[in-house]
Design a protein around this ligand. Sequence first.
Ligand code: NA7
Length: 541
Amino acid sequence: MGSQTVNEVDAVVLGAGFAGLYMLHQLRSNGFSTIVYEAGDGVGGVWYWNRYPGARCDIESIYYNYTFSKELYEEWTWTSRFPEQEEILRYLNYVTDRFQLRESIQFNTRVHAAHFDEEQNKWLIHLNDGQQILTKYFITGIGCLSAANIPNIQGLQQFHGKWYHTGHWPHENVNFKGKRVGIIGTGSSGIQAIPVIAKEAAHLTVFQRTPQYTIPARNHPYDNDFIKETKQNFETLKHAMRNSVSGTPFAQNQQSAMEDSDDRRLEVFEEAWAQGGFAFSVTYHDLLTNEQSNEQAAEFIRSKIRQTVKDPIVAERLCPTYMYGTKRQVLDSDYFETYNRDNVLLVDVKASPIQRITETGIQTSDDQYDLDIIIFATGYDGMTGPLFKIDIRGRGGVTLKEKWENGASVQTYLGLTTAGFPNLFMITGPESPSVLVNMPVAIEQHVEWIAQCINYLREHDIEIMEPFEEAEIAWSKHCREIANETLYVKGDSWYTGANIEGKPRSFLIYLGGFDYYTKRCNEVAQNHYEGFKLMKLKSIS
Ligand code: NA7
């Protein structure tokens, strides 16, 4: 530590997105001195960084917001069904000012290390400017999809044009007019960006490795009566969301896709397709557990692609063959229609892999594509990626990465805590359901649980808490058992880590339902934090 002054606070929170902002609000309201460190120069988290053209949330805006404050819900009015990045960012800035959170956030600050000091029972947080800060509680709110994956393609540094990753989009406007643009990746980000860029650029080349099952979003502006009714129903809506499987007020059809006749099933799929959004994925309960049902949904979407895309060769190239839903469901606005444009070219890089980036563009095994701009819509090192970017060390100086064997043996208790790392709380951590649940609602549940837990520790003079190893072994086993009953584990996606070269394959999302998960977390708290070692100062010394 040398002669450097080390300040101290009760709690350090990482990230000023949905999670960090609400955590700050809760802790400060409960009288804990708290500081949030944020790498960006503004609040927003993923909505601060993801400014690419077409960036939009694919959960409906009336659900994709905080529910902790009725007043806030009444004050804010969303303009359309699926909110644009700019509108969500505006909302988060509004929340920040409304609850006077900005003064407790230190911007342009990255935490590069956090080490648990066993002498003091505190975390020493190391900042990128060399400063250090001591804290009792160390809470990460860094998201599950924030560590950008820029594939290691030879030659990128020689490229004479400009290149961007969708998750690190520049704040100034990128001008595509008259430009030849190449985009690598056709996940949610690529599929949102492609139709918008195609309209502006002189030419767009899409480098597709795996096609996607995407469903029309059917975005539309909200009308005043609908908004008024929604606000009047706030309490009902909040209750429904917080007690649901997915954090949204939608119930899943309890029927198997195979129980309906072919004609009826087609009708059900058509209705959901016309409705847009996530309605399709909840048409039948077994789309992700029964391969036959899954194939019905997959073939329905393929038929839509073939109907929409005029060139049959391009249409076939766009038809996925893997199991529906094993990659994150994508919603689009005119994605397949975009391939009917004269200025758009689809390149299958599974058939002809990208070999290198040259000074003038991208070279695949059978062609060279000259480009002015390259966009990497290549996703993220999900779940563990953001945590492993920080040198987090618990007892005995063991890093989180070592404990979890680089992701091969992740073990958490409730997806919130892990043994050997006392007083560390991970909002939306691995083995929590959050990333497959409506995020703000999942975040609120985590934040409220953590805040109550920290209150409990204070009230009971408990210095440190950490899970018993048996408790986390049981939780991780439970997570894996549920996941293994589904088709999710069979897919190659960021869900399974298969998108990152060399990353151990594991499925780190709790699939037992948000409602069950919430109940379990509440039981743990009601039973005086069963599964946790709670240590008072006396018992430590
Ligand atoms: P995704 O969904 O992980 O998509 C990334 C895309 O990039 C996907 O099509 C990948 O193909 C492709 N990719 C990745 N690496 C390469 C290389 N090396 N060459 C060619 N293509 C590549 O990320 P998004 O940003 O779109 O979405 C992330 C989440 O944000 C999304 O799920 C929502 O929750 C919001 P692949 O399928 O791996 O073959």
